[in-house]
Design a protein around this ligand. Structure first.
Ligand code: 15L
Length: 269
């Protein structure tokens, strides 16, 4: 069984992933915050903005799923330390420790300034919608460097919104159910031909803005589609900022700070 490190394991996405992947991999979970343990994971507290911590947590694992960092738009200082310095430290520490594979959950906000009527694939140039989006483009660029220069295997997932249910109209296009997330992450960990890949982390949403053929090429077969929840979601929808509504990144295109979307009750399977 492979041993994987999940950074940022105490967050929403990390918690879904630990639950979904339990028993499939030996999980080492790491975070700055204490962890609500779900099962057998080993926990290592770490501040990835410190290279010594990054070196300590990446030792002896087969793959890193680097979820750690700032996950929304916010002040530059926080993004710089967690998503630029911290991201560099994790890649560099993995390299020094001989870890060959890194999964980098980048974000739809790396390309958030594409308009909603456009369908984009993994080859478009980045159009970040926020300082946070810029930090995700930095992580993708770092992944490309570490793949080309050091032969590492880097799997970048431009995640939409991971949630048990889609929460609004924009998220109907970018929703990723926890079980589809787990399937995509497993491809990133196990597929023999990963070198440097960009894929979109979304379910099989009818309203998707992405041509996710690169993920499908690697075997991704998402099981969920937000469309079954569309009527409920649209009945609750209120008109928003016109600029935010024009672009894929939504409110990230206009706001200086964005709160984390509120977690929803239990998922339906
Ligand atoms: C992201 O990149 C964030 O990490 C997440 O919290 C959500 O805000 C998501 O994007 C989104 O666009 O809904």
């Amino acid at each position: 069984m492979k041993t994987i490190l999940i950074t940022g394991a105490a967050g929403d996405v990390g918690t879904h992933l630990r639950r979904e992947l339990a028993g499939k991999y030996r999980i080492r979970a790491s975070d700055l915050r204490p962890l609500k343990k779900l099962g057998q994971e080993a926990f290592m507290r770490a501040d990835i903005s410190k290279m010594t911590d990054a070196l300590r947590i990446t030792r002896g694992v087969d793959a890193v799923v680097h979820l750690g960092g700032y996950s929304v738009e916010g002040r530059w200082e926080g993004i710089l330390s967690a998503n630029i310095i911290g991201c560099y430290n994790v890649f560099e520490a993995a390299r020094r420790n001989g870890v060959r594979r890194i999964l980098f959950p980048t974000s739809n906000h790396a390309v958030g300034f594409y308009r909603r009527e456009q369908t984009i694939d993994h080859r478009v140039y980045p159009k970040p919608d926020s300082r946070y989006g810029v930090s995700k483009v930095f992580g993708e660029a770092l992944g490309s460097l570490y793949a080309d220069k050091y032969g590492m295997q880097v799997f970048c997932m431009r995640l939409g919104n991971v949630n048990p249910l889609p929460i609004d109209k924009r998220r109907l296009s970018i929703w990723l159910s926890p079980r589809d997330l787990a399937q995509l992450v497993s491809i990133g960990i196990d597929h023999p031909e990963v070198r440097f890949e960009i894929v979109y982390g979304i379910s099989a949403n009818k309203r998707a803005w992405y041509d996710n053929s690169n993920a499908y090429r690697l075997g991704y077969r998402p099981q969920d589609d937000s469309e079954v929840h569309a009527a409920d979601v649209l009945a609750r929808e209120k008109p928003g900022d016109p600029v935010a509504e024009r672009f894929q990144g939504g409110v990230f295109c206009v706001a200086e700070e964005v709160p984390n979307p509120a977690p929803l009750p239990r998922r339906k399977r």
